[in-house]
Design a binder for this molecule. Structure first.
Ligand SMILES: Cc1cc2nc3c(=O)[nH]c(=O)nc-3n(C[C@H](O)[C@H](O)[C@H](O)COP(=O)(O)OP(=O)(O)OC[C@H]3O[C@@H](n4cnc5c(N)ncnc54)[C@H](O)[C@@H]3O)c2cc1C
Length: 168
């Protein structure tokens, strides 16, 4: 069956090069996709912080809200830079699977953290369907497991830097 599928989907490729190439591309795509989810959560939280009045002023005027927003945009920007650089390497056929693992792992975790912070800024409204936060959060809770779990990608980075396999 496997041979049959390989003939259909990867007619000119020997071994696991084809399937592993698909995984690399899918993980690279996830690294960008979750940045979009994080940006949507950030955007919603920023707007809400300017509209929601508590204690006589918009909650965006409080230092603790600004700390959350400032850290969110910083992490989004760092993930964009990491993934942009990876894209340049990929175009040059120089991106390694370990580099792609690092981006997938970092960006999904970053997006989940931002979704949680954005949920806090929305207060009780954050759990409702009126805002996109919970939809992104539930999706990200799946993405952190598929296309390589958070822990396994960490082990890939660990093996890349040490040369030792800690999988088994
Ligand atoms: C929404 C969704 C969609 C999916 N779509 C697909 C799909 O289209 N195609 C497909 O093939 N699969 C798909 N999967 C399956 C996904 O790839 C697996 O769930 C994932 O690889 C983890 O495997 P597992 O569930 O068997 O967990 P396990 O392998 O049992 O892992 C459980 C936990 O143990 C940890 N762990 C396992 N081994 C080690 C180790 N050696 N060292 C340290 N920690 C370890 C893992 O990181 C994880 O945290 C999907 C999963 C989800 C949630």
């Amino acid at each position: 069956m496997l041979e049959f599928l390989k003939k259909i989907y990867f007619p000119n490729i020997k071994g696991l090069k084809g399937p592993l190439g698909c995984l690399n591309s899918a993980r690279y795509g996830i690294a960008w996709g979750v940045i979009g989810a994080a940006m949507d959560c950030y955007d919603s939280a920023l707007r809400y912080s300017k509209e929601r009045i508590q204690f006589g002023k918009p909650i965006g005027g409080f230092q603790l809200t600004q700390k959350k927003l400032a850290e969110m945009i910083t992490e989004i920007t760092k993930a964009q830079m990491l993934t942009w650089r990876l894209g340049v390497l990929k175009n040059e056929h120089r991106a390694t699977p370990a580099q792609i693992s690092m981006a997938k792992r970092n960006n999904v975790h970053m997006a989940l953290t931002i979704a949680r912070e954005a949920r806090q800024i929305h207060g009780g409204m954050g759990i409702t369907g009126e805002y996109p936060i919970m939809r992104h959060m539930m999706n990200l809770e799946s993405v952190i497991t598929y296309e390589g779990t958070h822990d396994i990608h960490l082990l890939i980075t660990g093996m890349d830097v040490t040369g030792f396999n800690a999988f088994s």
